[in-house]
Design a protein around this ligand. Structure first.
Ligand code: ADP
Ligand code: MG
Length: 245
């Protein structure tokens, strides 16, 4: 599956959240969206994922423009997996049900197939002992691992993650990053907005660096960190490093 933004722009009121962005999600390597808060990372993720539509330009899926038709958008979203900052788990459902419900409702799984799939995933993320726990009975890191397991339920090619570790303390961040590393190793493409630059660097792939609502630079993650290509990227990295120390 190939997703591409072509001159994509989105505004809220009279303010452009992103403008004139063209990029393609690489296959089988991570795409890391970096840049200061308010620079448009979440907006770009939402456009690529079909959660919103651009007012300018287009999103192309396998070369075809994504239409604004709600049922086409829903079809597009169903092919992806999503994880957001706070997990967005259903609070009244336990870990297993959080995974099985969307599989049954949105992806046509039978109840027993959905349960089998949930067990496999909870085992992979070391959560089987918490299968009956509701979100309020899980730690932040465990909640995000359930959210990852849920996002992987229907075996999407591409996972879209918006700051999945930003609400976590460092130890829990490590747990979630290990889980993401496993997912990457299984051949999924991760599209990840994050401030966790240490982890981003480790993941490799490509960086799309957003600055002032535009795509300022895109290229190899290694180059971005080892030899920051522009004044703006150097300023951004030194600010992040100051915050981390
Ligand atoms: P980031 O994820 O990089 O912090 P966002 O995409 O959330 O950036 O935001 C980009 C800009 O768009 C910001 O100025 C933000 O205030 C604005 N924005 C984002 N979402 C909305 C919204 N739903 N309504 C109004 N303004 C929004
Ligand atoms: Mg954001």
């Amino acid at each position: 599956m190939q997703i591409e933004a072509r001159n994509a722009g989105r505004c809220y009121g009279d303010q452009w959240a992103i403008r004139n962005i063209s990029l393609r999600i690489p296959s089988h390597e991570p795409l890391l969206l970096l840049g200061s808060s308010g620079g448009g990372k979440s907006t770009l993720l939402r456009l690529l994922a079909g959660l919103e539509i651009p007012q300018e330009g287009q999103i192309l899926v396998d070369g075809n423009p994504l239409s604004a038709n709600e049922s086409d958008l829903r079809t597009h979203r169903r092919r992806l997996g999503f994880v957001f900052q706070d997990g967005n788990l259903f609070p009244h459902l336990n870990a297993e049900e959080n995974i099985t419900l969307p599989l049954i409702r949105a992806h046509g799984f039978s109840r027993s197939d959905a349960k089998t799939r949930a067990h496999t995933l909870l085992e992979r993320f070391q959560l089987l002992s918490h299968i009956r726990h509701r979100p309020s009975e899980l730690s932040g890191g465990q909640r995000q691992r359930v959210a990852l397991a849920r996002a992987m339920g229907h075996d999407p090619e591409i996972l879209v993650l918006d700051e999945p570790t930003s609400a976590l303390d460092p130890e829990m961040t490590g747990e979630v990053m290990d889980a993401l590393e496993t997912i990457r190793g299984s051949g999924k493409t991760l599209v990840l907005a994050t401030h966790a630059t240490g982890f981003a660097r480790h993941l490799g792939g490509q960086v799309a660096f957003l600055q002032n609502h535009r795509l300022h630079w895109m290229g190899a993650t290694r180059q971005f960190f080892d030899a920051p290509p522009t004044e703006e990227s150097r300023t951004y990295l030194s600010r992040i490093h100051r915050e981390e120390s």
